[in-house]
Design a protein around this ligand. Structure first.
Ligand code: HEC
Ligand code: HEC
Ligand code: HEC
Length: 470
């Protein structure tokens, strides 16, 4: 045999052995396990937690010089964008996984981006083979159907990452009626000039369309006001999540010195108590009388009615093929293709997780270049509540329902147009440069997210004013 043939033969043998070893270490989980256990095993074999958790268990060579800097960088970047432990724990315990985590894992496994190639090339058991991918995606689907069923969706859309807004959420009508009055009552502010509706007008899509809201005495806050519409679907309230419930949230503005400026709820109760008519109505529903607890409970009950079902997109999901234009349908495809439907998933298309603003490029550095505005307290995001460094610049993802009506955008209200908000999301959150064409289609799709309130399409008075002045 010639030398070259010997080398060739040796190479063939090596490849064959490698193939056998690869198959042996890369076994799909046993079909006898429950779907969630199979998925968990695929993620554990995939070493996902080595780069996506706070305290990874690392192999011995992770301490070697080159490996150390390489692995360290992957872990830092990986953990900054995604903590997989809550998801893995929910799989182990059989609890409801977060809907956004489901979407993220589904996405990263189906597009073949995870685990990183550098990782599976040295960890043979970790790569996601076709068989594993099938099992994992079927498990995601099963979990979604079990924990987040979408009965309103047409069968072909039952497994979409976004679900239609329900026609109503259960609420107490008598309490909501009182909450409606309180929501519009300026006696909740120290000088009687400001109500909730001043900054969250129902005729202006639940926002004020200002970069920062103006409270009593012409004072301005430090972050943009999100809409109250559909806020009932958020997992917590405020950009930094400092209120766990709507009632807790409603306790904030009245005492906020730059919003409504009261010294305590006693002051508000005192003013309202002078109104004998109101007190009679109130105690008929809340025999315990006026207090911070009952006032905020009534407002929260009212906010449960501020939902906007039946947008063109929701009607499309429910099976009406003509609800969206061809361009909007294409835009929805792009919205998923650009990874937008991972963080912006669920009923409200967001409001389910905290996410790092600028996970693929430095948003704040760029803002400083263009707007010459340094960092503010509001930029700290979730960090302000936890003091944990990982939470800095991390915000509750805003829901995108009615987003065409709720400009300006982002926590800092620095972005005026929807197109710019989309372009910046692609760059800073997804790490892609988006073409004007794709951006236009996504924008057109986001316009299909305007829903109905009390049976009529939600509008924004400020928009008409703007159009008239144009
Ligand atoms: C060697 C480290 C490493 C391993 C192992 C790894 N990842 Fe990642 N992962 C990263 C890095 C770094 C990023 C961010 C950059 C990128 O996407 O390329 C990332 C990004 C992600 C994202 C995207 C988050 C977002 O919102 O854009 C998801 C989801 C994800 N990984 C899931 C997984 C899953 C599931 C596994 C296991 C099958 C896994 N990763 C294994 C390092 C890793
Ligand atoms: C002066 C303007 C102003 C007033 C008055 C005001 N808000 Fe807000 N509201 C804001 C701003 C600004 C934020 C965002 C603050 C933050 O996240 O730190 C906000 C946040 C919220 C949120 C959270 C939404 C989300 O997605 O996180 C809700 C709900 C809300 N307000 C309801 C109310 C209610 C109810 C009242 C009356 C009791 C009220 N607001 C009074 C400006 C105002
Ligand atoms: C990694 C999670 C993540 C991904 C992926 C993502 N977003 Fe966002 N999105 C956010 C967060 C967080 C904010 C709030 C940022 C801030 O306020 O600084 C946001 C804000 C927005 C806003 C402004 C909403 C408002 O009311 O201020 C729009 C519009 C938006 N995203 C659209 C998109 C589109 C389109 C894509 C895909 C190209 C996308 N997002 C991808 C997390 C994400």
């Amino acid at each position: 045999m010639k030398n070259s043939s010997k080398i060739l033969l040796a190479a063939v043998v090596v490849v064959a052995v490698l193939a056998i070893v690869y198959r042996a270490v890369n076994k799909a989980p046993s079909a006898e396990l429950a779907a969630r256990e199979q998925l968990l095993q695929i993620l554990q074999d995939g070493g996902c937690a080595e780069c996506h958790s706070a305290n990874p268990v690392l192999p011995f060579y992770a301490k070697w010089p080159v490996a150390k800097s390489l692995i360290g960088k992957h872990i830092e970047e990986g953990y900054a964008v995604f903590d997989i432990m809550p998801f893995e724990n929910s799989l182990a315990d059989g609890d409801a996984p977060c809907e956004v985590d489901l979407a993220k894992v589904e996405r990263s496994l189906s597009d073949g981006s995870m685990p990183l190639a550098q990782y599976y090339l040295v960890h043979w058991g970790s790569s996601i083979t076709g068989a594993k991918e099938q099992i994992a995606l079927a498990a995601v689907k099963e979990l979604r159907t079990k924990f987040y069923p979408s009965p309103l969706s047409a069968p072909q859309f039952a497994d979409e990452p976004i679900r239609p807004i329900p026609d109503s959420v259960p609420y107490d009508a008598r309490k909501a009626e009182l909450g409606d009055l309180l929501y519009h009552d300026t006696r909740l502010s120290a000088d009687g000039t400001v109500s909730c509706a001043t900054c969250h007008g129902l005729q202006t899509a639940g926002v004020d369309n200002k970069r920062y809201s103006e409270g009593i005495g012409g004072q301005f806050g430090g972050v943009n006001a999100p809409t109250v519409f559909n806020s009932v679907f958020n997992f917590v309230q405020f950009w930094d999540g400092r209120a766990a419930t709507l009632a807790e949230q409603a306790g904030g503005p009245p005492l906020n010195p730059v919003e409504m400026g009261c010294k305590d709820f006693g002051e508000i109760v005192g003013r309202l108590s002078e109104d004998r008519d109101f007190v009679r109505k109130f105690t008929a529903v809340y025999p315990e009388g006026l207090s911070q607890e009952t006032i905020t409970d009534a407002i929260a009950e009212f906010e449960k009615t501020l939902i906007t079902p039946d947008s063109a997109f929701d009607r499309y999901l429910k099976g009406d093929d003509d609800a969206m234009t061809a361009e909007q349908i294409e835009g929805y495809g792009l919205f998923k293709e650009y990874n937008c439907a991972t963080c912006h998933a669920g009923v409200n298309m967001g409001g389910l997780t905290y996410e790092l603003m600028g996970q693929r490029d430095n948003y704040f550095e760029d803002r400083d270049l263009t707007l010459k505005s340094g960092l503010t307290d509001g930029d700290n995001g979730r960090w302000a509540q936890t003091g944990v460094e990982r939470d800095r610049y991390r915000f509750k993802t805003p829901g995108l329902r009615n987003v065409a009506l709720t400009w300006p955008y982002y926590h800092d209200g620095s972005v005026g147009s929807l197109g710019e908000a989309i372009t910046k999301m692609a760059r800073f959150q997804v790490g892609r440069k988006i073409s004007a064409n794709d951006c236009g289609k996504i924008e057109s799709y986001l316009e299909a997210l305007t829903g109905e309130y009390q049976g009529r399409t939600l509008t924004n008075m400020n928009m008409q004013n703007e159009n008239q002045s144009e």
